[in-house]
Ligand binder design. Structure first.
Ligand code: SAM
Length: 231
């Protein structure tokens, strides 16, 4: 992967960035996404935010190599603190991290008013999608698009959210309200795999010395949901 040829995962994330957006890519590593979108003239301006020095330097090098310093600002910052009001960011991407970390970045950003003026969140959690959907619902967002794709035999979900009221059921928060409607082949593959995993976890919990009845009951409920959705 490079700035000219994004991975399928990042291409798919990029496809949800509105034309001529002012984008913040938080956790931007090599800045591949903002650089690629800028080279394709898809975005008007971008901030690439990174909290770790090494990836921050990689992002800076990438922007410099492509002579995009006037259009992409790279900042060493924690989460949405990379954004200033002068950036007039309207679209935020947070991709390639766990759901709980993305959730904590959004929570801190919301508390510190960094999300004011942002119209669209494009989130790609590697794991832990449910806590993220719960955060979106609790904070006045609705999910307008969802995708699941497979890359290198791993499944990735992309959640696109905009301001709006939502009242999702526990099952919709668990599977994704739009993904569970579509139930495409990748979705089926992911949940077949999860089903087997949950059976294995129950088996090992049943062998444990301490009673794990609550955990087992919760897993059994999820197994019933998965079987129902895959049926
Ligand atoms: N977003 C790219 C992608 O999807 O390919 C890079 C993903 S990489 C696995 C995650 C990056 O997020 C790392 O470079 C890490 O340093 C950065 N990161 C983690 N927590 C962060 C935070 N609180 N603020 C900014 N960047 C963060």
């Amino acid at each position: 992967m490079n700035e000219h040829a994004l991975s399928d995962r990042l291409s798919c994330v990029g496809a949800y960035v509105p034309n001529q957006a002012r984008l913040a890519d938080i956790g931007s590593d090599h800045a591949y996404l903002p650089v690629a979108l800028m080279l394709q003239k898809q975005i008007a301006y971008a901030v690439a935010g990174e909290v770790v020095e090494g990836p921050y330097q990689s992002a800076r090098r990438q922007v410099r190599k492509n002579r995009l310093e006037e259009h992409i600002t790279v900042r060493l910052a924690n989460g949405l603190a990379a954004i200033t009001p002068e950036d007039r960011i309207d679209t935020v991407v947070i991709a390639g991290m766990g759901g709980p970390l993305i959730r904590s970045i959004l929570e801190e950003g919301q508390t510190n008013q960094h999300l004011a003026g942002v119209n669209r969140l494009i989130l790609q959690p590697n794991v832990g999608e449910m806590p993220l959907r719960i955060w979106l619902q609790d904070n006045g967002y609705q999910i307008i698009e969802e995708t699941i794709l497979s890359e290198n035999d791993k499944q990735y979900e992309i959640i696109v959210a905009e301001a709006g009221q939502s009242h999702y059921s526990a099952k919709q928060l668990f599977f994704g309200p739009l993904l569970m409607q579509e139930k495409n082949a990748v979705f089926q593959k992911k949940w077949q795999h999860e089903l087997q995993q949950k059976y294995r976890v129950i088996e090992s919990l049943q062998k444990a010395k301490d009673a794990q009845d609550q955990k087992i009951a919760a897993l059994k409920e999820q197994i019933d949901w998965i079987k129902e959705v895959l049926a």
